[in-house]
Ligand binder design. Sequence first.
Ligand SMILES: NC(=O)c1ccc[n+]([C@@H]2O[C@H](COP(=O)([O-])OP(=O)(O)OC[C@H]3O[C@@H](n4cnc5c(N)ncnc54)[C@H](O)[C@@H]3O)[C@@H](O)[C@H]2O)c1
Length: 368
Amino acid sequence: MPQINIMLKAGAYPVVIGNRMDNKFLSLIKTNAQNRRVFVFFDARFYALHGKKIEALLKSKKYNIKSFVIPSGEKSKSASALKKIYDFLLHNQISRNDFILACGGGVTTDLVGYAAATTLRGIKWGAVSTTLLGMVDAAIGGKTGINHESGKNLIGAFWQPSFVICNTEHLQTLPEREMIAGLGEVIKYGGLIGNDLIDEIEKFLKNGDLYDTKILKKLINVSVRYKGSIVAKDEREKNIRMFLNLGHTFGHALEKTLGYGKLLHGEAIIIGLLAAVILSQKVNRTSTKALTGYESLLKKCLRFLPYFPLKPAEILKNMQIDKKRFGQKLRFVLLKSPGKPFIASDLRPKLIIDSVKECLDLYKAEGR
Ligand SMILES: NC(=O)c1ccc[n+]([C@@H]2O[C@H](COP(=O)([O-])OP(=O)(O)OC[C@H]3O[C@@H](n4cnc5c(N)ncnc54)[C@H](O)[C@@H]3O)[C@@H](O)[C@H]2O)c1
């Protein structure tokens, strides 16, 4: 069973990818929940589909478990949901030797990871990541947090889990839109890693089965390995971890312009990646051909996305708001070629405007 160790200064932790993982799951719990009390948090939809099985597994080994089900959806990444978790943990007298397990997608692991980081100044936690986006991105790297009315992910902490489990059996129940959203982040890694991964994703789409376990395992493996290597070098996003924001300057502005909940995050990232590639080509000039394969993959993905009308001017305005918030210049992660990212700032506004326009025209033509 593939295992990737995320190597950090404070120690390493495993991300395990596979199916039929009951024994592996129990052995990781055994190593980490040494006083045998486990607080288990479930995403509600995941709980309805798989929760009883996880509870039964833990009970079969006589763990003392306390379960809590979190309503599905981004709204749960809020101060009010967090308070409910604190109340549950503290009313049940959690101690620093207990263990917290988060079972769900990025919403659950961000929220529960943050509760783990802040309760009693830090409790050990593990993640059973249950969405493709969670497996390749959200559960990896220790960023935890909640949203604030001023914006997404503005309150949070770095708090690494003790393990992450990526069981591809869980993906079999994930809706197709969520699979595509997760694939958006894998495609981002394609731009950052290079043509081998881009070819692999092309094959995956051609095969037509988004739930093909064998290919999924491969894609998750490559993605986690890459993200893990970046996090190991730059845990706190001081330099190269920024590359992971490829497509995100545009993507976040798109999400904000539409209002959260219309396009899924990973769907917005697909459009954002295309805008980043178009802008890269304008900035590079000399090496435009290098990105045609990647651009063509991104264009093919547009047909999976629901179409919402968008005005370029509003997107540009929302990119400026982000710039003000972070008190820095508008910065873009761009590509010289697949596998060769770089940071660009001080770009001529016309290049940015034209890229957004071109990208939105393509989205309008292909989106459904
Ligand atoms: N911490 C990070 O580094 C990081 C990185 C990227 C994204 N994120 C965050 O992750 C969140 C998005 O994560 P997500 O896309 O996993 O969303 P999510 O957690 O909302 O899950 C998506 C949907 O899938 C359902 N679901 C989960 N597992 C399922 C399963 N196995 N079968 C059927 N349905 C299932 C959920 O109920 C939900 O409706 C955002 O809040 C984003 O900010 C965090």
